[in-house]
Design a protein around this ligand. Structure first.
Ligand code: GLY
Length: 402
């Protein structure tokens, strides 16, 4: 009896001495609620649907806007379509339609670069997916034809950055892998079947020349435009040619997973997994990549939250495509890790500014957009949350890491 009394007293003392904060369980719905509420607040201050959110400069609270030809123009309407998809709120749908509309000019005017895919697929692609409207489909089909005009059959890949802007005669960048989805989609939705061949060839060239033996990537492959000969790999937006630029690695993870989904070619999913495993192996302890894994300033180098958000989407796509249960769980776990950390006070902006996520890095070598909110981080973060929500509903058996 005395012993029981002592134990009970001790338990009471311990519980009084350390009043534990109840650990909150991560929930995609909760973060989607917060994200949609914030998106609605941001909308209140916007009057011009020809301007698109791009970044929030250091120390400021409001988004800087860009025009329709900026490579990021499609992400804001994309955020609005994701907000509508989650909430079903018709007012958000109207806003999404409003900001999507001006982007159609990209589809019907000569191609400036491969970014057509980001601009049109994130806006019109989501618009068509969620509404099925013919007018959206027409814009997508035209955008795919416009993108295909950049294809060089001798090299077998798209000219990502037209020559006017870059010194390399023919260049193909890793980011361009993401924009093959538009071509694959068009080829099976009434567009020219040649678009499939172009996308397949582009993915092969990227895999053969831009993926390195160390399981990282060059940002850009330089080719002779007349002979197709590979000249050199460059890492334009990274620390050095042979370094590992974080966001480039994630465009590769996600892009090759999509190429596998559309073609069934095993070498693409193997490439995506190689890139993903290497990315995870080199991840710093706090779980969010530095902008470049080889910046000598690490651990004082800036982070790139956008790369973590894109990685989460790419790994969830991978998990969807892989048959093996253990591998599925590995990539689902990794995606949860990224999204949970991005949802913490360190990365989720709360009331700090108008964005959803803090700490992304756009173009460090150009001293541009360093450690700031950038719209594509918000876009892929919302996509990852929606993917996790669907996963929890359809495959609860894979969710071990909530
Ligand atoms: N696509 C350009 C970038 O990732 O910065």
């Amino acid at each position: 009896m005395a012993r029981l009394l002592i134990i009970t007293t001790l338990l009471i003392m311990v519980s009084c001495a350390s009043p534990k904060k109840k650990e909150e369980v991560f929930s995609p719905d909760k973060m989607l609620d917060l994200s949609v509420a914030k998106t609605k607040r941001t909308l209140k201050g916007l009057t011009d649907s020809n301007s698109f959110l791009r970044n929030i400069p250091k120390g400021e609270v409001a988004w800087e806007m860009v025009g329709v030809r900026d490579w990021c123009s499609g992400f804001w309407p994309g955020v609005l379509w994701y907000s509508y998809e989650y909430s079903g709120d018709e007012k958000l749908k109207m806003e999404a339609e409003k900001f999507t509309d001006p982007i159609k000019t990209i589809a019907f005017t000569p191609a400036e670069n491969h970014d057509i895919g980001f601009m049109v697929y994130c806006s019109y692609g989501n618009a068509y997916r969620l509404t099925g409207k013919q007018e959206y489909k027409d814009v997508l089909l035209s955008a795919a034809d416009t993108l295909a005009t950049l294809y060089n059959p001798v090299v077998g890949s798209i000219l990502s950055w037209p020559i006017k802007r870059e010194q390399y005669a023919h260049n193909t960048i890793i980011d361009n892998m993401m924009n093959l989805e538009l071509l694959f989609w068009a080829a099976k939705n009434g567009g020219d079947k040649r678009l499939y061949d172009i996308a397949l060839s582009h993915a092969n060239v990227t895999m053969n020349y831009i993926v390195r033996n160390d399981d990282a990537l060059y940002h850009l492959g330089e080719f002779n435009d007349k002979t197709g000969e590979f000249i050199k790999g460059h890492t334009h937006q990274g620390y050095a040619d042979e370094s590992m630029w974080a966001r480039g690695q994630t465009w590769g993870i996600y892009g090759f997973a999509l190429a596998y989904r559309e073609t069934g070619k095993h070498e693409f999913i193997e490439t995506s997994m190689r890139l993903a495993d290497h990315f995870l192996k080199r991840m710093p302890e706090d779980g969010i990549p530095f902008w470049d894994f080889d910046d000598p300033e690490i651990p004082n180098a800036p982070k790139d939250a956008s790369a973590a958000a894109i990685a989460a989407c790419g790994m969830l796509e991978l998990a969807d495509l892989i048959k093996d249960k253990e591998l599925k769980e590995k990539y689902v776990d990794a995606a949860y890790d990224f999204v949970k950390i991005l949802s913490s006070d360190e990365y989720f902006s709360g009331d700090v500014n108008q964005a959803l996520l803090l700490h992304s890095t756009g173009h460090y070598p150009m001293n541009s957009e360093i450690d700031v909110p950038i719209i594509y981080a918000d876009y892929y973060y919302m996509e990852a949350l929606l993917r996790l929500k669907k996963l929890e509903a359809n495959h609860p058996e894979l969710v071990k890491n909530k």
